[in-house]
Design a binder for this molecule. Structure first.
Ligand SMILES: [Zn+2]
Length: 282
């Protein structure tokens, strides 16, 4: 059976737009989804990210959480007949407030998988409010429980396999320890790319403030350089058929361009096709 990725809807968040797209629509509020991804068809279910703890915790960043009953992680997994205890691995793109809030809903024999650099970042005091205390404390509990945590060293290994057809790679963007999850589907490679991309339209399809050809725009929330962010985005556009960020609908990619958008599952029906912006013939 081929690997499939199901989209889990953990609820929305409201935040200021320039946090998502650098310098764009400053002061305007924007509502975005928070997704998780369930990988099925392998030896056991694998989950990518767990969303935010509750609506109240988003206020610590001046953001608004919109998580309702149907968005509870147990209810999202139940749509695919999966219970928390069935999940073998939880892979974390990174440990920000909206990505690792529900690991404590899973038993300790479900292993959380983290790039070691990212756990270091979460306790470095840099970007401190984005790594909330209860989430990180729970991960420290796991650190002291046999097999509850698995570390990757992606800066040094370049990639580590989780099961045949699923592996993690360093994102080299967003946070120092962010990682991407690559899934081999029947229709090519999908990359679950965390917060390396926030917004396909404003960063890639019609990137704001960019004059040069094929120049992506960066998010308003990153730890490294703009050059590094752009390179990480270009690498994604060059190497993968599907890109699945956490706060925007997945995209179908061809020749480094977004040609379609999906919802629900990957591979899956195209919900919206995006016209190619080709060069003008003379
Ligand atoms: Zn996020």
């Amino acid at each position: 059976m081929a690997l499939e990725i199901k989209i889990l809807d953990y609820g929305d968040i409201e935040l200021e737009n320039s946090f998502l797209v650098l310098g764009h629509n400053c002061g305007r509020t924007r509502r975005v989804p928070v997704y998780g991804f369930l990988i099925l068809g392998g030896p056991w279910p694998i989950l990518v990210d767990t969303g935010y703890r509750d609506n109240a915790i988003m206020e610590s960043l001046g953001m608004r959480g919109l998580q309702f009953h149907e968005n509870m992680i147990e209810n999202q997994l139940a749509r695919f007949d999966v219970k928390p205890g069935d999940v073998r691995y939880i892979l974390h793109t990174h440990l920000h407030i909206d990505h690792a809030g529900k690991d404590d809903h899973f038993p300790m024999n479900t292993t959380s998988v983290i790039n070691r650099r990212e756990l270091e970042c979460s306790v470095s005091g840099l970007m401190h409010p984005q790594y909330p205390k209860p989430d990180i404390q729970h991960l420290i509990e796991r650190l002291h429980t046999k097999d509850a945590l698995r570390f990757l060293d992606l800066e040094l290994t370049d990639g580590e396999e989780i099961c045949p057809g699923v592996w993690c790679e360093p994102a080299n963007a967003h946070t120092e320890g962010s990682m991407n999850v690559v899934v081999e589907t029947a229709d090519g490679l999908a990359n679950i790319c965390g917060d390396v991309i926030y917004d396909f339209q404003d960063q890639i399809i019609d990137p704001v403030y960019q004059v040069s050809d094929l120049e992506p725009h960066v998010t308003g929330n990153h730890a490294g350089s703009k050059r590094q962010e752009k390179a990480a985005i270009k690498k994604l556009l060059n190497n993968y058929r599907y890109l699945c960020p956490i706060h925007d609908k997945p995209a179908l990619i061809e020749n480094q361009k977004v040609i379609g958008r999906l919802e629900g599952q990957i591979p899956g029906p195209i919900s919206q096709s995006v016209p190619k912006r080709d060069w003008f013939p003379v």
